[in-house]
Design a protein around this ligand. Structure first.
Ligand code: CP
Length: 316
């Protein structure tokens, strides 16, 4: 594995999940693998889980870690080529990425979409330029369109809790007061489509995910029908892809509570966090026995550690 920016960087999901679960049982078995190697984590947006779990994963492998909140601590970056930099940007991504590549053996980057220009966001311009100029392996800590470390943790969580070989997994849109990226939902859909589950997506009309990520997943616009027989409900808000970046509804009908849970096969409930209680998910779910959200967040460590181990073994 050279980079980890989508499911397409993974040759065998089940093998990666098995590795993650082995690391979970014995976190320090490869504590010398990353000795004298440095992981740089660059954040252009806030984070709790990704920041801490990826640091912990790297430390478990013996790596050194440097973290930079680039939006607050770095120079304002220019990404366009050929521009005269006589406005607000101070440093070009060509130099910034190349310099960071001199200090770090592997770099993780978080860069959310602006949710203004769909083509600009979906081109992943920042990620691909950074990768080109850094010259070292790149891990996505959530890009404009995808969040693969989260999706791998989600797959790990389903694998270790499933009670039948091919569970029914329902990705449901949930209300939110702000326009959020589609990245978590896109990524989850992409991983579910590559894995062996019965996968259904449910959302209000107008919230269809981009075709390249929703793939051939079944779309059901009636949430109650979608939830019937579900073994897992994956709850997430996203803004519209079609009417790009817009919030089309905040209908509380879509919030998962115990009444909705009663429609399912006693489904486990997942959410990547952070979650807005009482808007996206009811307290009774988050505090109840069917919630997997803490286990899911804990698995972020093994997701990151499995990916780092693969990259260390392949590239050094
Ligand atoms: N789920 C997730 O990525 O959490 P953070 O945004 O806190 O890193």
């Amino acid at each position: 594995m050279r980079n980890f920016i989508s499911v397409h960087d993974v040759t065998d999901i089940n093998e990666l999940v098995r590795l993650a679960l082995e690391l979970k049982k014995n976190p320090y078995q490869h504590k010398d693998l990353g000795r004298n190697k440095t992981l740089g984590l660059i954040f252009l947006n806030p984070s709790l889980r990704t920041r801490l779990s990826t640091q912990k994963a790297a430390l478990n492998l013996g790596m050194n870690v440097m973290v930079m909140n680039m939006d607050k601590e770095g120079w304002a970056l220019e990404t366009e080529d050929g521009v005269v930099m006589n406005h607000t940007t101070v440093e070009h991504i060509r130099e910034a990425a190349a310099v960071m590549g001199q200090y770090c053996d592997i770099i993780g980057i978080r860069a959310f979409p602006k949710l203004v220009d769909r083509d600009e966001d979906y081109d992943e311009d920042f990620f691909y330029k950074f990768m080109k100029h850094a010259g070292v392996p790149i891990i996505s800590l959530e890009s404009a369109t995808l969040h693969p470390l989260q999706s791998l943790a989600d797959v790990i969580t389903i694998e270790e809790t499933k009670t039948r070989a091919r569970p029914k997994v329902v990705l449901t849109w949930a209300p939110h007061i702000k326009a959020l990226p589609q990245a978590v939902a896109n990524s989850f859909a992409e991983w579910m489509n590559r894995w062996d589950v019965e996968f259904v997506i449910t959302h209000p009309e107008g919230y269809e995910l981009a075709p390249q990520f929703r793939g051939n997943a079944k779309i059901e616009y009636d949430q109650d029908i979608a939830l019937k027989g579900a073994d897992y409900i994956y709850v997430k808000n996203w803004s519209s892809y079609e009417d790009y970046g817009r919030v089309l509804t905040m209908d509380s009908y879509w919030m998962i509570d115990n009444e909705k849970l009663a429609l399912t096969n006693n489904a486990k409930v997942m959410h990547c966090l952070p979650v807005r209680r009482g808007i996206e998910l009811a307290d009774e779910i988050l505090d109840g026995p069917n919630s997997l959200v803490i286990q899911e967040a804990a698995n972020r460590v093994w997701s990151a550690q499995a990916v780092l181990k693969k990259i260390l073994e392949t590239n050094f």
